[in-house]
Write a protein that binds this ligand. Structure first.
Ligand code: PEP
Length: 253
């Protein structure tokens, strides 16, 4: 059975006090996760060690960073490497979020390097892809997203590729309250699986978790996650309120 994942992306939000409270609320909630269901919390860098400590007694809960550098160490002031993340016990790293692509100029080529670095240090990349509104309106979203995968991921070996989590996040749905319909999400996820099957075979395509991201909330998660090719969600805004995120966790298949 494919992994089903509820991943929280806190982005650049919360003070230490607020982060501690949210982690405590999440830890205190009863969860009924099955073996194939996971929760991943992508918290800001200063709270990674705190999140690791708070979640230590929660099986199926993991900590993620929201970015890493292309190099493992060196004179890159202000940056954080995959090796450092691994050394503090981080298991996952979000790479290629549209905000990183747009505001920090991360190209498909740079992301290929970051994915390689993450895998080298045993981190699982949660690789984000997704089209802007003009691309969607032009009807070229399938080719656009396919190209993001091809340019950043398709030089990986099969063994490396099998370690990935992919998140389809249409940019027009991120933080806008406009969710892709369940049918739109399913259509793109099925397309991505077909493209992956073309490169790595259907056995690999069937195993890779593909998450949907873009205004996932407690009241739409069940419908989105019930689509056959949607394996959970990457959640921004709704992951900052424990009760909202709990509903999303409960919606996992
Ligand atoms: C995100 O940041 O990845 C995201 C999907 O945000 P939101 O859920 O707020 O749209």
């Amino acid at each position: 059975m494919r992994q089903q994942i509820a991943a929280a992306n806190w982005k650049m939000n919360l003070t230490l006090d607020q982060a501690t409270r949210l982690l405590d609320e999440i830890v205190a909630s009863p969860h009924h996760l099955q073996a194939h269901q996971k929760v991943i919390l992508a918290v800001p860098f200063p709270y990674l060690a705190l999140a690791k400590a708070k979640l230590s007694g929660k099986p199926n809960f993991f900590v993620a960073a929201q970015n890493c550098h292309t190099q493992s160490s060196g004179a890159f002031t202000g940056e954080t490497s995959a090796e450092m993340l691994r050394s503090v016990g981080v298991e996952y790293v979000i790479l290629g979020h549209s905000e990183r692509r747009e505001y920090f100029g991360e190209s498909n080529a740079v992301l290929e390097e970051k994915v390689g670095m993450a895998l080298t240090y045993g981190l699982t990349p949660v690789f984000c892809c997704g089209e802007s509104l003009p691309v969607r309106e032009a009807g070229t979203q399938n080719e656009y997203v396919e190209n993001q995968l091809k340019e950043s991921l398709f030089n990986l070996s099969e063994e490396q590729f099998l370690k990935l989590v992919i998140a389809y996040e249409p940019i027009w749905a991120i933080g806008t309250g406009k969710t892709a319909s369940a049918a739109q999400a399913q259509e793109m996820h099925a397309h991505l699986r077909k493209v992956i099957a073309g490169r790595y075979g259907s056995g690999v395509a069937d195993q890779i978790p593909v998450l949907y991201g873009g205004s996932v909330k407690g009241n739409n998660a069940t419908e989105l996650f019930s689509q056959p090719d949607v394996d959970g969600g990457l959640v921004g805004g709704a992951s900052l309120v424990a009760s909202d995120f709990e509903k999303i966790i409960e919606a996992l298949k």
